[in-house]
Structure formats: structure tokens, C-alpha cells
Design a protein around this ligand. Structure first.
Ligand code: AMP
Length: 191
């Protein structure tokens, strides 16, 4: 079988838009390794590492973990990979992270394939997250944290959509509908 080429798909969107669920499905469908910075951080928190201890307070407040920490985590995963075939979930979230990702991929001789932004109304998302908080008991899913995560998204992450639009890589997807419907919409916008 011919080796598959490089592919780096970004899954972006406000908190609660279903990034994690869709990331898992898209990764399987396209044979990509899913890299979720949120999952990596939660693993550190669970394991009680020094990084986890520092990250927990920030995550519980709904703020962003410092760029250098996040970039370092992603860099080591990408550099260790045999093939650059990744689905990035929840990264980049700031313009510094986006610039570092571009530089890192350039060093590795590749670039972002597409940035998929799942879109949904804030109020609908807050309702969904409060429901998930009850079901999963995530410590960053209380109402105050949720509202702050939404504000942080609008302030720091949403401007990245323009960055990828400028590169001709932005793909907008309506996030309201069944999980299957949204997965199908994502499939349709990817090359
Ligand atoms: P997530 O599961 O992607 O919603 O991430 C949960 C929390 O982890 C976020 O609210 C942030 O505190 C932190 N986090 C995850 N990814 C990043 C990132 N790329 N940059 C900064 N903080 C992050």
C-alpha cells in the first residue's frame, strides 16, 4: 500500500461545540492520530505531575495554560511521530500557538491541511455543557468556569479563524444537529 501523505487537520470551535466527540470520529475515518491538548493536560492532572498541579488551577478557572507549556507538549508529540498525520483537538487556541504550529510544521516540511471550525450559538453551548457537567462531573464544568471559558474563547481563540481564513484554510461547519450530521458535514468540507 502506498504511504499516506502528511495531513494536519485542526478542529476548532467554542467550548461545548462537540470538538472532542467529532475529533475522535474524524481521526478514525481519516486514519489520523488525535492529539487533544485538553486530554493531555487532564492526564497530567490525573497522574499528579508537577505540570498537572500547575495546570489544574488554571483549567478549573477556565483560563488558558501558558503557551510555552502547550507548545512544548505538542512539539514533542509531532517530533516523535513517524508520519505527520494528526487531528489536533483544542490546539491552537492563541495566535502565539498558531504561529508556533506553523513554524513547527514548516520545520517538519509540511503545513496545516485545513482548520475546521464548529459553530454554534453560545446559549445553546452553555446549556449543553451544564448537562455534561452533571453527567461527567468535570471540575471545569461549573457555570462560572463555563462562562469564563466562553469569554476566553471569544477573546483569544476566535481571532484565529481570521488567521486561517487568510490562509484559505478555514472550513466552517454548523455544529447544531446530531453527532452523525455534524460528522458528515465535517467530512464534506475536508479535501
Ligand atoms: P478542552 O478539553 O480542550 O476544552 O481543554 C480544557 C482546558 O485545558 C481548557 O479550558 C484550558 O484550560 C486547557 N487547555 C486545553 N488546550 C489548551 C491550549 N491549546 N492552550 C491553553 N490551554 C489549553
Amino acid at each position: 500500500m502506498a504511504a499516506k501523505g502528511n495531513e494536519v487537520v485542526l478542529l476548532m470551535g467554542p467550548p461545548g461545540a462537540g470538538k472532542g466527540t467529532q475529533a475522535a470520529r474524524v481521526a478514525v475515518a481519516r486514519d489520523l492520530t488525535k492529539l487533544s491538548t485538553g486530554d493531555m493536560l487532564r492526564a497530567h492532572v490525573g497522574a499528579g505531575t508537577e505540570l498537572g498541579r500547575r495546570a489544574k488551577a488554571i483549567m478549573d478557572a477556565g483560563e488558558l495554560v501558558p503557551d510555552d507549556v502547550i507548545i512544548g507538549m505538542v512539539r514533542s508529540e509531532l517530533e516523535a511521530a513517524d508520519a505527520i498525520r494528526f487531528l489536533l483537538d483544542g490546539f491552537p487556541r492563541t495566535s502565539a500557538q498558531a504561529a508556533s504550529l506553523d513554524a513547527l510544521l514548516a520545520e517538519l516540511g509540511t503545513s496545516v491541511t485545513a482548520a475546521v471550525a464548529i459553530q454554534a450559538d453560545d446559549d445553546e453551548l452553555v446549556r449543553r455543557m451544564l448537562k455534561r457537567a452533571q453527567e461527567e462531573g468535570r471540575s471545569d464544568d461549573n457555570e462560572e468556569t463555563i462562562r469564563n471559558r466562553m469569554a476566553v474563547y471569544h477573546r483569544q481563540t476566535k481571532p484565529l479563524l481570521d488567521y486561517y481564513r487568510g490562509q484559505g484554510k478555514l472550513r466552517l461547519v454548523d455544529g447544531i444537529g446530531s453527532v452523525d450530521e455534524v460528522t458528515e458535514r465535517i467530512r464534506q468540507v475536508l479535501p
